[in-house]
Design a protein around this ligand. Structure first.
Ligand code: SAH
Ligand code: ZN
Ligand code: ZN
Ligand code: ZN
Ligand code: ZN
Length: 470
């Protein structure tokens, strides 16, 4: 982090009234800097890198109605020429061509008939011979978007799909809203035996070619924006059905407060449709080290011990190239953990905890729980009165257990504490205290950047990054 920067807060206002970028309404952020007044600005909801979406506007500058309109025009111009129905109708005609004639152009993002339109795609990157099976499971051949800051796509392995489907069965779900979970959508849509229905909400518009408007809705989960005018009705109709459950596997760099805000918006829409006041069941997929952030925004959630596996993520998956202790990704649920049985090959039911845990997660009699987070067996420290990672040592100077290579004096701040002074009980914007200067002269900060930093470390140095966390 650059010197003097204290981090960026999300300001949740009436998001749909904010200026538009090509990804729908932007988000109001507030940037805090040491020795300077904080400043608010609007920026893209979906892309955290300006290279992917360059929209930026200081909130204290006057926004004229012409400026607002200009931005709306840029949004409109970025929309595809054809609507979803037209795109799907065009490709629907090609579905029966047969494998030897059907091609997909990765450059134009469309299907075409080899015998008729090859000339049009001479300079393009194409895949020849698209089978019937592939058409049903487009995630198996669409190249995953890999920009780690915007729309990054990491796809479940077949065993993870199966276990997530089992979790849905355990909830007696019949209608599944897949928000950023194309493989779960594909699995449900193509398997009648499950007796489940699904609607996919995702920002990746390549799926318009393969699923009709009743099955796929182009949607941004960071601003609850529906890109096609009619699609909000498709969504409303879908959520009005019985036994709805949301499955969401968002990009891990996304702001949890925005995701939470928009899940609440979906829940409110659902409650209105049904005239009820209950909690909408949900499977929310995120790395274990985000647990404190997630629970601070979504207090009704529990983290399951199941390690979610990915086909194309070198470090969030198990196996030789993956993280030493298996994938770092978990399922967070807002229903009792005992409802989610896990495969007996790697997991067992812990009676006192009343939930399924990893075989490596040993119940601690002193903590009265299965305390491991990262997939390793934790050890109990009697001085700290808690379980810690096996590699940690109790440090006399810090008077607590720490990674062996830690710098004495650095504070590990709580999630609910002030980003400026480190004290709990108030947030940064209400802070009356002086910023804390630490022994090693570095200003204390924790914010989105810090979390990102940890994630980057996970990508390059999985072991030491894990040691930063408990
Ligand atoms: N593991 C899942 C895919 C998760 S990758 C599976 O196998 O089904 C994250 C998903 O979220 C991708 O499908 C991506 O297109 C989608 N996504 C990324 N940013 C989004 C946004 N702002 N709004 C909606 N969906 C988004
Ligand atoms: Zn092409
Ligand atoms: Zn313990
Ligand atoms: Zn200790
Ligand atoms: Zn403070």
């Amino acid at each position: 982090m650059r010197e003097g920067r204290l981090g960026v807060d999300v300001i949740i206002n009436n998001i749909s009234g904010n200026p538009y970028c090509p990804h729908g309404p932007t988000i109001l952020f507030e940037k805090f800097q040491a020795s300077k007044q904080s400043r608010q600005y609007f920026s893209c909801s979906a892309c955290r890198d300006r290279k992917d979406c360059s929209f930026f506007f200081w909130a204290d500058q006057k926004i004229s109605s012409t400026k607002m309109q200009d931005w709306k025009n840029i949004y409109n111009e970025a929309r595809p020429n054809l609507c979803h129905r037209e795109i799907y109708t065009e490709s629907d005609i090609l579905f029966d061509l047969g494998e030897s004639h059907l091609c997909y152009c990765k450059s134009c993002c469309r299907l075409f008939n080899k015998d008729v339109d090859s000339k049009l795609h001479k300079m393009c990157d194409i895949i020849s011979g698209i089978s019937e099976q592939q058409l049903k499971y487009p995630s198996t051949f669409l190249p995953p978007k890999d920009s780690s800051k915007c729309e990054a796509q990491y796809l479940f392995t077949s065993s993870s799909i199966e276990i997530i489907l089992n979790m849905l069965k355990g909830l007696c779900a019949s209608n599944i809203l897949c928000v950023g979970a194309p493989r779960i959508h594909e699995a449900i849509t193509n398997n009648q035996d499950l007796s489940m229905n699904s609607l996919m909400l995702d920002i990746d518009e390549r799926y318009c070619t393969f699923f009709p408007p009743e099955k796929f809705v182009s949607y941004n989960m960071f601003n609850h924006h529906f890109f096609d005018t009619d699609s909000k009705n498709v969504y409303k109709k879908f959520i009005s059905q019985e036994n709805l459950v949301i499955v969401s596997d968002p990009p891990f760099g996304g702001r949890v407060e925005l995701l939470h805000h928009n899940f609440l918006a979906i829940q409110t829409d659902w409650q209105k449709e049904h005239g009820i006041n209950r909690t909408l069941p949900m499977l929310f997929i995120f790395p274990y080290f985000m647990e404190p952030q997630i629970l601070s925004f979504m207090p009704g959630f529990t983290m399951l011990d199941y390690q979610v596996d990915y086909d194309n993520h070198p470090l969030y998956s198990s196996g030789t190239k993956g993280m030493k202790n298996g994938s770092a990704v978990r399922v967070f649920v807002n229903k009792p953990a005992e409802l989610f049985p896990l495969p007996e090959s790697d997991y067992n039911f812990c009676e006192p905890c009343n939930k399924w845990v990893n075989n490596t997660n040993k119940h601690c009699e002193k903590c009265k729980g299965c305390m491991s987070k990262d997939g390793r067996t934790y050890k109990h420290c009697d001085t700290c009165v808690r379980c810690v990672k096996p590699s940690w040592k109790h440090c006399q100077q810090c008077t607590q257990c720490k990674p062996q290579d830690h710098k004495c004096g650095t504070i590990n701040p709580g999630v609910n504490s002030c980003h400026r002074c480190g004290q709990s009980g108030h947030k940064r914007k209400d802070c009356q205290n002086k910023p804390k200067v630490l022994k090693n002269k570095r200003k204390f900060t924790v914010n989105e950047k810090n979390i990102e930093h940890k994630k980057k470390k996970i990508k390059s140095l999985p072991q030491s990054a894990e040691d930063e966390q408990r």
